[in-house]
Each structure stands twice: as structure tokens, then as C-alpha cells.
Design a protein around this ligand. Structure first.
Ligand SMILES: [Fe+2]
Ligand SMILES: [Fe+2]
Length: 194
């Protein structure tokens, strides 16, 4: 049976919520940037791999949905009088991208699976916020997003399985998942998602 979702090899300690929410303005600004970049990543994958037509429509839909998330986060920030902030280089994504192998097919598979793990980690942290935040409206907000990001984690694996065989996909999921676990374990906590 092909796995639909990557396993997270390192579970975030629920105490992360306390540190992440110390500066809500910073956390939400980081969140807005993550959504915007997820949308941009989807459209850039489409153009880079436009010869793999099965990814085009699902990733257009994803890009729209991520931009909708960006809109929702911004609405929340606006209501709280919190500004958008400059996009900081994300050390998590930067380190994950080092897992991309050379070769067009290899890089295509690795990029899809890295997107899957980023989505799955996002879902995990949204779930922690959904359970750990005090404000009911915020808990609801993160509950909805948690479900969406978990679905996106599956989508990237489904796309990979259209073009690559299951054994290979599972093997790379395992390798990338382990690398991601090591990266997350070593990153200091801050008011940001990674
Ligand atoms: Fe999103
Ligand atoms: Fe997503």
C-alpha cells in the first residue's frame, strides 16, 4: 500500500505553542509569508515541470487556496492592527532544499516530497495552535487550516505517485522525512512556524 502521507520523524513538543505565541504579531506575519510562499512555490513548480501535465491543475488549485489562506491571515492581522513584515529567509526550508538531488527526475520527485513534508509539518503546528491557543476564534481558524494543510501533505505524495513508482516514493519519503526531523529538532523555537 502506498503511503499517502509522510510520517513526521520528530514530534513538536506542545510547549512550542507558548514560545511561538509570545509575539503574536510576529507569528502571524510569519504565517502570512508562509502562505504566500506556498502559493508561489506551487506556481513555480508548474512552470518548472510544465511537461508533467498531471500536476498543473491540482497545483493551480493549490496556489489559489494558499493565496486564500494568505488573504485570511491578512484579514486577521488587519483586525488586530498587525502589519505585514519583511519576509525572513526561512532556515528550515533552506536546509530542506539541500535534500534535492541532481537530475531532472530526481529533483522533481524530491521537490514534491519536500513540499509534502513542509505541509505536514505546517499541519502539525497548526494543530498545536488549534489546541493550545486561548482565543476561541483563533482556535477555530487554526483548526480549519490544520485540516487544509494535512490534505496538501497528501496531495504532493499523490502527484509523486503519478510519475514515480511506489517503492521509490516511499524510500524518498523516508529519507526526506528523517532529514526533516533532524532539521526541526535542531532549530531554536521562536515566534515563527519553523
Ligand atoms: Fe495554506
Ligand atoms: Fe498548504
Amino acid at each position: 500500500m502506498a503511503k499517502k502521507r509522510i510520517d513526521l520523524y520528530f514530534k513538536t513538543d506542545p510547549a512550542w505553542v507558548e514560545v511561538a505565541t509570545q509575539d503574536m504579531a510576529k507569528l502571524l506575519a510569519d504565517h502570512a509569508n508562509c502562505e504566500r510562499k506556498a502559493s508561489a512555490m506551487a506556481t513555480s513548480l508548474i512552470m518548472k515541470y510544465r511537461d508533467r501535465p498531471a500536476i498543473i491543475e491540482p497545483l493551480i488549485a493549490l496556489a489559489i487556496e494558499e493565496l486564500e489562506h494568505f488573504k485570511q491571515v491578512y484579514a486577521l492581522m488587519k483586525a488586530k492592527n498587525m502589519p505585514l513584515r519583511e519576509d525572513m529567509k526561512d532556515p528550515y526550508v533552506k536546509q530542506l532544499m539541500k535534500q534535492v538531488r541532481l537530475g531532472r527526475d530526481e529533483a522533481f520527485l524530491d521537490r514534491l516530497l519536500i513540499c509534502s513534508v513542509i505541509e505536514t509539518r505546517g499541519a502539525e503546528r497548526f494543530q498545536l495552535l488549534a489546541n493550545g491557543l486561548e482565543e476561541e476564534a483563533m482556535r477555530c481558524f487554526y483548526r480549519d487550516l490544520w485540516a487544509a494543510e494535512a490534505r496538501h501533505g497528501d496531495l504532493f505524495v499523490e502527484l509523486a505517485l503519478i510519475y514515480f513508482d511506489e517503492t521509490l516514493v516511499n524510500q524518498r519519503l523516508h529519507e526526506i522525512g528523517q532529514a526533516e526531523g533532524d532539521i526541526v529538532r535542531d532549530l531554536p523555537w521562536a515566534s515563527s512556524f519553523h
